[in-house]
Design a protein around this ligand. Structure first.
Ligand code: ECB
Length: 137
């Protein structure tokens, strides 16, 4: 049984977020705003349903899904595309494939040394984010 991803997590490092946003076609103006954000992940599990909230002072973004069950995702407030998403466990990694206009798009989450890791990929770009648990919440 993998370590639980649930909880409130605050970003401590963010590598190549810019490259990932360029791959998604985000405007220079929005990229500049996004790069300054202190992103927070709030991850909840209710039964076999996961809810992942990405929270910031500028915008929030929430998805909910069941592992192994494909769903339509609208990336509202991000790149505003529709993708077909499927989340599965690959070992201790929660892996999402996002099928749509952009090739090789998806992400994976895992916990290592009490940190939440996230790798976001699109086309040839990989963004690596690490979050530490917020114990106050
Ligand atoms: C929601 C806060 C970010 C708002 C940034 C606004 C404009 C920039 C537009 C697009 C940037 C691309 C991605 C933003 C980065 C994080 C948002 C969620 C990334 C994601 O797919 O997270 C997964 C895995 O945790 C769950 O949705």
């Amino acid at each position: 049984m993998p370590v639980s991803l649930c909880g409130t997590w605050d970003i401590i490092s963010n590598v190549n977020f810019e490259g990932y946003m360029i791959a998604l076609g985000i405007s220079p103006y929005l990229r500049k705003i996004a790069l300054r954000l202190k992103l927070r992940k709030v991850i909840e599990q209710r039964g076999d349903q996961y809810i992942i909230k990405t929270v910031s002072a500028f915008r929030n973004y929430t998805i909910s899904f069941r592992v192994g069950q494909e769903f339509v995702e609208f990336t509202q407030g991000l790149d505003n595309r529709h993708v077909k998403s499927l989340v599965t466990w690959e070992g201790n990694k929660l892996v999402c494939e996002q099928i749509g206009e952009k090739k090789n798009r998806g992400w994976s989450h895992w916990v290592e040394d009490d940190k939440l890791h996230l790798e976001l990929h699109c086309e040839g770009e990989i963004c690596k984010q690490v979050f530490k648990k917020n114990v106050a919440e």
